[in-house]
Design a protein around this ligand. Structure first.
Ligand code: NAD
Length: 358
């Protein structure tokens, strides 16, 4: 099996060779001289439903890098949606270019027409380098778009649901490690108090956790410290602090050789994507250290759940209930990991595969 999100799992070779190795159904390329669009749509698997995933605009060094990202990210979306119990497949699109200098309305609309050629097999959502106004431009050319602002009839900001899902995963981990799902009295460190992190802090404070927060953006920290009784800590000091839960809600790859040498906690549960620098090595390392890891693509599925209901008929209550299922899925993952004596990320991958592979 090729591992999800593993750098060492990247496969070299022809496009079809890479698709075969990673299990992709379809990859489409679009080049348009007039608007400057260079884009790839990767559809990994549609066994459970249409593929859904973000549009990423990034100045990739070359086409191979762009393809690699599209293949890796679309595959990750299949696993995320399957594990969340959604009738969705996994897809992702990339636009090669600098979003700050090369983005135009014409380029976005041309991309929209590219999405339209997929006839609904791929549904686009917002990702790195895209803004709500870009999604509105894409929407002018195709209806296969989700996550538009509420003012445009979309589901709006998914962050509250993402935070709620992370909280559910954290509570499940507390249940597994202590026999009770309360986080009262737990020392929780939230790294990154942006959209998701700030909502997560709210849940934790209300539950009586001792919340420590860090961010490189001083203003976000100050704003949060006025709102909640939190302890502010310096970003570079966090891995030396004793804590019960480490909640990475900023960047990926914070679970790596350097941090895992230091980290002293019993649970890792956060919103950031790709938290394990190398899934195989660091997933195993966490297990050996006795740290219960809530796989990122399980805990942070609130965003995709919100997008799913945007697609099938929005109902915030339904979204909330579905997000709450992250708790029971996490318990299943922990049990499977224990039974098979494997890291939790691998148990989550296998559970997802049981759902989407036919
Ligand atoms: P955001 O940009 O609003 O917040 C990220 C915060 O992290 C910012 O305040 C930033 O200043 C801070 N930060 C960056 N580097 C840091 C560092 N080294 N140390 C401490 N703080 C640092 O992003 P967000 O929407 O809150 O998402 C957080 C993470 O969760 C991202 O990795 C994102 O990909 C992932 N995620 C988000 C959603 C969602 O619904 N927003 C869904 C799934 C996954």
């Amino acid at each position: 099996m090729v591992e999800v999100f593993t750098d060492s799992g990247n496969v070299q070779g022809s496009v079809m060779g890479q698709m075969t190795a990673m299990g992709h159904e379809q990859v489409a390329f679009c080049v348009d001289e007039q608007t400057g669009l260079k884009s790839i749509i990767a559809v990994h698997n549609t066994n459970l439903g249409p593929s859904l995933g973000g549009v990423r605009m990034w100045p990739y060094a070359n086409e191979q890098e762009a393809l690699k990202d599209a293949l890796r990210l679309s595959r990750g979306m299949t696993y995320k949606s399957a594990l969340a119990g959604l009738k969705l497949g996994g897809g992702k699109s990339v636009i090669i270019g600098d979003s700050r200098t090369q983005k135009t309305e014409a380029l976005m609309r041309r991309f929209g027409r590219f999405v339209e050629t997929q006839n609904g097999k791929y549904i686009a959502a917002e990702d790195v380098g895209m803004s709500p106004s870009d999604m509105q431009a894409i929407r002018k050319e195709t209806k296969h778009v989700v996550g538009l602002p509420e003012s445009d009839g979309g589901a709006g900001d998914p962050s509250p649901f993402t935070a709620y899902g992370v909280y559910m995963g954290m509570k499940a981990a507390a249940m597994k490690t202590t026999g009770e799902d309360s986080l009262e009295g737990f020392r929780v460190l939230v790294q990154g108090v942006g959209h998701v992190g700030a909502y997560l802090v709210g849940h934790l404070v209300r539950e009586g956790a001792h919340v420590m927060v860090t961010d490189i953006h001083e203003q976000s920290l100050q704003k949060l410290a006025k709102q909640y009784p939190v302890e502010v800590v310096a970003p570079d000091a966090i891995y030396d602090l004793p804590m019960d839960v480490y909640a990475p809600c900023a960047l990926g790859a914070t679970l790596n050789d350097a941090t895992l040498d230091k980290l002293r906690c019993s649970i890792v549960a956060g919103a950031a994507n790709n938290q394990l620098a190398d899934e195989t090595i660091h997933g195993q390392r966490l297990m050996e250290k006795g740290i219960l890891y809530v796989p990122d693509f399980l805990g942070n599925a609130g965003g995709i759940i919100n997008c799913y209901y945007d697609l099938v008929g929005y109902d915030a209550k339904k979204v909330e209930h579905k997000v709450e299922e992250i708790y029971s899925t996490a318990m299943k993952v922990f049990e499977k990991a224990e039974l098979e004596n494997i890291p939790t990320y691998l148990a989550a991958n296998r559970l997802a595969e049981e759902r989407f592979m036919k």
